[in-house]
Design a protein around this ligand. Sequence first.
Ligand SMILES: CC(=O)[C@@H](O)[C@H](O)COP(=O)(O)O
Ligand SMILES: NCC(=O)COP(=O)(O)O
Length: 239
Amino acid sequence: MTKLSVNINKIATLRNARGANNPNVVQVAKDCERFGAEGITVHPRPDERHIRFQDVLDLSEVVQTEFNIEGYPDRRFMDLVKRVKPAQATLVPDPPEAITSSTGWDTITHLTMLQDIVSELHGSGVRVSIFINPEAKYFTPAKETGTDRVELYTEPYAVGFPKNPEAAVAPYVEVANLARELGLGLNAGHDLDLHNLAFLKKSIPFLDEVSIGHALICDALYYGLENTIQMYRRKLENV
Ligand SMILES: CC(=O)[C@@H](O)[C@H](O)COP(=O)(O)O
Ligand SMILES: NCC(=O)COP(=O)(O)O
């Protein structure tokens, strides 16, 4: 079974546009769970342009499913994660000024740093996932970091999918099998949507989790949040 974790960053973007508390990020997280989300993902960025650090604290009081906090592991992020103790922390190599995530870790160059970070998070009982590109050379070093899972960076898949789905998914299938051989759990995310999700799931049936935000929230404008979450869930059913 592949869990659907709904990334609610964009709900915070909308709230922040007016400075008050509409939409209410905490209420939306509770509603996402009620509508079928199996996890809630947030990615607090240093400028707090969408999810604020206070939101993470508030959400930690209410999230009943798997709470996944993504971000670059600077000291502020680490202190927040260790305080909240979510089900999972996903480490992403984004610089502070990044508009959105655009690459996975170079686990070869940053092996020692990642080993230290993973060990510190494990000390607080937090499961760790590492955001990673679909390149085989990064997987054995990823395993050596001690991480529990890797999250495949799926933007290149999403870009290639409309023209040639088989070619787009091929590198992901290869590294997914490698991750499984290494005993790593497997997540995926970035630019997944209603068009490309089912084919990814069919190609890699043993995916543990996908985290989806931007497209899902855009679809909710047309289909409604409850309906949209159910539509995404159906794309993850085994076929
Ligand atoms: C790691 C990842 O792919 C997502 O967290 C994505 O970066 C969402 O972040 P934004 O909502 O800031 O684009
Ligand atoms: N980890 C990926 C994520 O949380 C959502 O990415 P996106 O669907 O907003 O591109």
